[in-house]
Ligand binder design. Sequence first.
Ligand code: FAD
Ligand code: SF4
Ligand code: SF4
Length: 483
Amino acid sequence: MANKTLKFVDVSQEYPEKRAATDRAKDFDEIYQEYVQTKASEQAGRCSQCGVPFCQIHCPLHNNIPDWLMMTAEGRMEEAYELSSATNNMPEICGRICPQDRLCEGNCVIEKGFESVTIGSVERFITDTAWEKGWVKPPRPVAERPQSVGIIGAGPGGLAAAEEMRKLGYQVHVYDRYDRIGGLLVYGIPNFKLEKDIVTRRAELLKAGGVKFHLNFEVGRDATLAELRARHDVLLIATGVYKARDISAPGAGLANIVPAMTYLTASNRKGLGDSVPDFDSGLLNAEGKNIVVIGGGDTAMDCVRTAIRQGAKSVKCLYRRDRQNMPGSLREVSHAEEEGVDFVWLAAPEAFLGDQKVRAVRVVKMRLGAPDATGRQTPEIVPDSSHEVPADLVIQALGFDPEDLPTLFNEPAIGVTGWGTIGVDFKTKMTNLDGVFAAGDIVRGASLVVWAIRDGRDAAAAMHIHLQNKVAAQRSALATAAE
Ligand code: FAD
Ligand code: SF4
Ligand code: SF4
């Protein structure tokens, strides 16, 4: 067969077609179309098949990218899918929402001079094709094992661990306080980045494979950690981080100043057809309003783009550093700018103005001063730079901290770090409580879906070793007793 790769000199980079900004601002559908097979093969064929693939090194799952690109280039789609799904429980989800510009694609060696291979879009195409062709199958263990695994949290970390443990034949029970499976994949990330039926079909697959879900079940309210430990042979805590960081400025307590997750959850629920009184009353609906979003991360980007789709009169994003220093993906910023978001760089709220409800934000200009201990320039207020920005709804997107889990779980003995995240042993992934493991954002702090999947997989491998060691110890104790 003629070589179908190394085409980056002749074939230029082409992402799947992006819908026009004016069209996509009117609905919550995903913004990228799907590749067709010939385009996916052509783009995959741009890969130079590096001996040391930096894309793979910088993918948190160390996906075997060059090989599945080669198979896609050659049209061997089922093999490409087998390889891609061997290291990733949700390749079509990562293909859609990983910040590829900071991970695989940002480290592709042909990036300099020829623009990177469109790795994420090909990964998405491979697994969307697999779903279409019926190649994606529920986890089917070769043999059942009697031990049971309790997983707290049905986000990507918990789900990846559930699938891996079920493949090994364990009896897997997942508990979640939400009414749907998926964690932030469902209630945080908006539909225009990840359509919800893509998450639902993953959840249905796990159910078909025998994973048992206990929804509307909040650990702390419906059971203590100790009760769940007694119910299962091992436990995994994958509860994410949800405590919104607050702004402390005069007027911060006024009505119509809301945390990002309250706003995004309402919008996602509305899209899913739920009744959302605070949306229907207008409180969490941006339509016809001047919206100010505070923050520069991916959550802020999701808020501004949601507000545009709800028909806001104006949408401003205030960030205290500049474009180059923002934590969010620059690709997301460009999408938002195309859709009509006004970014106010080097700006911070000084006070919120209004009687009962907010009517404006008093904003000060910032400049970047001397670097701090991490080398990042510290923002400083520019004197006499206050000005008012009209606001009917202010959305705070300043990041998340963990909840106080020892209190919430009624388990004061569980070890937490100085940041409130759960402490785990670097090698065994186990907390200080025997048989209790942890994964995802609750260990790393607010991070990424791909890292939660990686942690979930690592935790599953660690729980398997722990359970095998327990079985071996029991056998040896029985053998000794029989002697
Ligand atoms: P989560 O997804 O948070 O899941 C935790 C689950 O635990 C939830 O379902 C929760 O209900 C449940 N839970 C919590 N406490 C309890 C309890 N006491 N009892 C029972 N269940 C409980 N990452 C990306 O890679 N790309 C993106 O584009 C992106 N966009 C984002 C947009 C927003 C708005 C936010 C907030 C985050 C975004 N992220 C993104 C980050 C990503 O969503 C998280 O890093 C990832 O979901 C973490 O997975 P997790 O499984 O650790 O936790
Ligand atoms: Fe890139 Fe994410 Fe896929 Fe890894 S999982 S190859 S980082 S898109
Ligand atoms: Fe291919 Fe780029 Fe990865 Fe090299 S770094 S193997 S060119 S995708």
